[in-house]
Design a binder for this molecule. Structure first.
Ligand code: X5A
Ligand code: ZN
Length: 674
């Protein structure tokens, strides 16, 4: 099933540049593209992608978003003198023209359309277009912020029209607000636009009132525009992940897009002179991964900004390598979100809770009035002296490690008679000549095992886990007679390894034998429909859903806003996913869970299932192999009790797990409910 990744690039788009002195524009250089493409070559990624040629967007394509007057005006720029170009440029903000930019702008928009075509026709699963000029600031009748035509907005209109798509999600992770995209779809409920951006209470370019969290869309489009203002610089990986887990992903799954477009700007990465943020390039592997199971995996990333010529190519590589299906690296040093990020998160959730069932129980707005703060800060700014240009220390960060996927992606331990799914490797410890450690473990751990078949299975599991730890196998799947017992044995085994951190995710009501988890070497999260009586520890969490795991959306929301943040903060070295025979989980939700968990522990997930569930082997293996999970479909809102219970559980666990926080201190409002 796994299809390829398109890469669209054409050197022609490096053939325009700033021809005069303009400090605001000097960072938008042709090298942005060449260093990115060279890095892809260096990492062997271009060879792994399907190279798709660019084309020029037609007038008709461009007119889907831009006015005729504007298009006609831009058409004249190739024939202008330098003086005329300068003059023409002056009517717009922070942009420059060049005799060749119109040609490049047509190619940039056309590249986005070629990408949409490649994905929608099934030629590839996903892809990225490396383009200049960028697009998300350009408006119906105006160039702006280095952008001439709005590449992604044009692509969204095109996708809707040509392929009859009902819903398109646009994720704008560029550090600037794509106001052009917002204006284009403001009243359109078929396009959900999410943007986070450096804002600093309206002090940062483009300094628009309508970039704030309270611009939620208009008329029928109310709720379909999500702005996350960053009011401080220096946002880190945990701030970005927190926004994904607690705003974007819950809403995106509820929206259920047919296609995901990414305004993929990398000026939100560390070292960027515009963004001044501190998120490391590897975070883009996770942001990409987290979007790759929406829309059946149909994702098109189109380059926007990114001006640090070191972090830009690193971030591009992280994105493309993830699109290709390689496991993401373990995210470096995650802590909780900072206070300012929490305040933004809190405001956005609160502004959108009337539109999205997953946010329905978000807390009220913080009592400190954020808009008052904005006005006050704006006034303060007026009185300030002009020489306020703060000096910037050069940011340094380690180069991301090469991501070398294990030679074997998915190994399966199956009873005789169950066929091995395509693409997987049947695994048995008996075939392994080098089983000293297994034999030793067998003696110490498995003495109690009377049943020889069970014994063979358990030693295979332990051997498999060891190969996963040694990076010889990425992930695995096993059918076992007794899932609880296999789980216990693996937990005991993990406890003996020095650096092991095991995340155990149990799906179903079966009683889990109580594990000694207090040393932090194991984090156990169980999803069930049974309220648990005993007080669990920080490392033993029971997520109770009234409808159990059979409510696909309710269950997925719990995965997104509880399990993922816990998982990211815990940072396991291995994930054990246990499917109990009474789980009741539907196939698409199960595949979503499996796919999402692969973002943790470098994709090292071992799935345990009861033998009777052999009918689920194929689809589980497909998820482990990296196929996109099928989308859940547009579903009814989860049970309000379940959403509320989840909110309460999150609130209770917040003290121990900072990534579960969704409100700024001091905590007020309904989040406080017992
Ligand atoms: C695409 C993009 C930034 C413009 C900044 C102007 N534009 N100060 O990142
Ligand atoms: Zn930008």
């Amino acid at each position: 099933m796994k299809m390829g990744t398109a890469l669209i690039y054409d050197e022609e788009m490096t053939k325009y540049k700033l021809l005069w002195v303009d400090p605001a524009c000097k960072i938008e250089v042709p090298e942005r593209l060449t260093v990115s493409y060279d890095a892809l070559i260096q990492n062997g990624l271009t060879d792994r992608c399907v190279s798709v040629p660019v084309r020029e967007a037609t007038d008709a394509d461009i007119l889907q978003v831009h006015s005729e007057e504007y298009l006609e005006a831009v058409k004249k720029t190739p024939y202008m003198t330098l003086e005329d170009l300068k003059e023409f440029t002056l009517q717009y903000g922070d942009v420059y023209f060049h005799p060749n930019i119109y040609h490049c702008a047509k190619l940039a928009a056309g590249a986005a359309l070629q990408l949409v075509d490649s994905v929608m026709t099934g030629k590839v699963r996903n892809g990225m277009a490396l383009v200049r000029p960028p697009g998300h600031h350009s408006m119906r009748s105006a160039a702006n912020g280095f952008c001439v035509f709005n590449n992604v907005a044009i692509a969204a209109r095109y996708a809707k029209q040509k392929y009859g798509l009902k819903r398109v999600l646009i994720v704008d992770w560029d550090v600037h607000h794509g106001q052009g995209v917002q204006y284009c779809f403001e009243d359109d409920p078929s396009v959900l636009y999410f943007s986070w951006h450096r804002y600093e209470h309206q002090k940062f370019w483009p300094q628009l009132r309508e970039s704030d969290y309270d611009s939620v869309g208009k008329d029928k489009g109310a709720g379909f525009n999500i702005n996350v203002p960053w009011n401080q610089v220096g946002m880190k990986n945990s701030d970005y992940l927190s926004l994904f887990c607690h705003v974007l992903l819950p809403v995106a799954y509820e929206f259920c897009p047919d296609l995901v477009l990414v305004c993929a700007g990398f000026d939100s990465a560390i070292g960027d002179p515009e963004g001044k943020m501190c998120a490391t390039p590897d975070i883009f592997a996770h942001l990409t991964h987290l979007l790759m199971n929406l829309a059946g995996g149909k994702l098109c990333a189109v380059l926007e900004g990114g001006y640090n010529l070191t972090s830009l190519p690193q971030s591009v590589c992280q994105t493309v390598q993830t699109l290709l299906g390689d496991p993401a690296p373990r995210p470096a040093n995650l802590d909780g979100p900072c206070e300012s990020a929490l305040e933004s998160l809190h405001c956005v959730r609160s502004a959108h809770r009337q539109y999205w069932s997953s946010l329905k129980h978000a807390a009220d707005l913080p009592t400190s009035d954020i808009s008052t703060k904005r006005i006050k800060l704006a006034e303060e700014e007026e009185g300030k002296s002009e020489n306020g240009e703060e000096e910037t220390s050069e940011e340094v960060w380690p180069e991301p490690l090469k991501r070398v996927p294990p030679p074997i992606r998915t190994a399966v331990v199956l009873p005789d008679g169950v066929t091995c799914p395509d693409g997987c490797k049947r695994f048995s410890s008996l075939e392994d000549p080098n089983q000293e450690s297994v034999n030793k473990l067998r003696e110490t751990l498995l003495k109690a095992e009377a049943d020889s078949v069970a014994l063979a299975t358990l030693s295979s599991l332990i051997a498999l886990v060891e190969k996963m730890e040694k990076n010889e196998i990425c992930n695995g799947l096993a059918l076992v007679a007794d899932v609880s017992m296999a789980m216990m044995r693996l937990v005991q085994h993990a406890a003996t390894a020095p650096h092991s951190r095991l995340l155990v995710v149990c799906v179903g009501d079966e009683v889990v034998p109580s594990l000694d988890t207090d040393d932090g070497k194991t984090l156990l999260v169980q999803f069930s429909s049974k309220e648990s009586d005993k007080q669990k520890s920080k490392y033993h969490i029971n997520v109770c859903l009234k409808k159990g795991c059979s409510d696909a959306l309710g269950f997925t929301q719990a995965v997104l806003s509880l399990l993922l943040p816990l998982g990211y903060e815990y940072d396991p070295s291995l994930v054990l996913l246990v499917r109990m025979s009474d789980s009741g989980v539907c196939d698409s939700a199960w595949q979503q869970l499996t796919g999402l968990l692969l973002g943790l522990a470098q994709g090292r997930t071992l799935v345990l299932m009861q033998e009777a569930e052999k009918a689920r082997v194929g689809l589980t293996a497909s998820s482990l192999l990296g196929d996109a999970a099928p989308s859940l479909g547009q579903l009814d809102a989860p049970l309000p009790e379940d959403v509320e219970a989840l909110e309460r559980l999150r609130h209770r666990l917040q003290a121990d797990w900072k990534l579960l926080q969704t409100t700024a201190a001091p905590d007020t409002g309904r989040g406080d409910a017992p």
